[in-house]
Design a protein around this ligand. Sequence first.
Ligand SMILES: NC(=O)c1ccc[n+]([C@@H]2O[C@H](COP(=O)([O-])OP(=O)(O)OC[C@H]3O[C@@H](n4cnc5c(N)ncnc54)[C@H](O)[C@@H]3O)[C@@H](O)[C@H]2O)c1
Length: 320
Amino acid sequence: MSLQARTVGIIGVGHVGAHVGNSLLLQGIADELYLCDIDRHATEAQTQDLSDSLLFCPHNALIRDCGDRYEELASCDIIVNAAGKVALAKENRDGELFFSSDAVHGFAQRIVDAGFKGIWVTIANPCDVVATAFWKLTDYDPARIIGTGTALDSARLRYQIARVARIDPKSIDAYMVGEHGFSGFAAWSGASIGGIPLQALAELDPQRFDLDRDDLGKKALYGGYVTLNGKGCTEYAVANAAARIIAAVFHDEHSVMGASTLLTGQYGQRGIFTSLPCIIGREGIEEVLDPGLDDAEIELFRASCEHIRTNISQISWWPK
Ligand SMILES: NC(=O)c1ccc[n+]([C@@H]2O[C@H](COP(=O)([O-])OP(=O)(O)OC[C@H]3O[C@@H](n4cnc5c(N)ncnc54)[C@H](O)[C@@H]3O)[C@@H](O)[C@H]2O)c1
């Protein structure tokens, strides 16, 4: 019998990275965590805190303090990128454009050169630019780079629908697509509950299902900033979204989630990462699904992709 530990590296152990670690341990998803940060005091402190909580987790785990030694993460099955500076995102996630992309520029190839063959799960903002940077910088198999993208925004959208329609969010099929940022949007035309399109439900039972889409879409889009303005970061929901993606990989779930992935011609777009519903399993992104956008939504998707390209065009070292 060969038993293999499920190993996850986390780069950047600030609010988000630390919560990813905590979520993985509390849900029993990982057997080993490798913590890495340019701030070596932070990895020491988070290693201590997470280790002290092991008694209360479903099973034991090993937590390694890797300090700023990125290469030590190369043997991991999955590496999470939460290296950023959330204070720069006060007004807009684009505020971290140079900081987060420079960070990836500094470590991605080093880890690949050290032999990394696993899956990147990248969270740092602007999420779509950073995910694209991993691919451009390392020429890594794009299916094995997963941006958490609209996994979180879609959860926010479902919560908003759930709240108004009084339905369990898990019973709602609805996605935010495009950028994880202000140009993303709710793909209402494909939303359904119980296999019935939301539009049909609105006609059958308007009192319950004729939703104020603009309002709910805005609440999903700006919900992160309610949290950020109140406490200076967002952490629980994004960490749980990342943990869900990691569980889908480890358990080869073929789970459908919004995730930032390389576009290869969907709606005429290619060469950048952004979010559409994706099937996620052991090999990463298995397939990108077509959410059946209508004409107006296709235009929003195009504009969202343009926004990501405009951001990329400002980065001086971007590989041609
Ligand atoms: N995609 C999403 O849904 C989502 C949601 C929330 C936050 N975020 C992003 O996640 C990132 C982390 O957020 P946070 O609140 O933890 O930020 P934070 O500022 O609290 O922590 C960031 C950590 O990254 C470390 N770091 C910075 N550069 C590094 C590098 N080159 N190598 C290793 N470590 C480095 C810092 O030392 C710090 O510990 C930010 O970019 C934030 O915008 C994304």
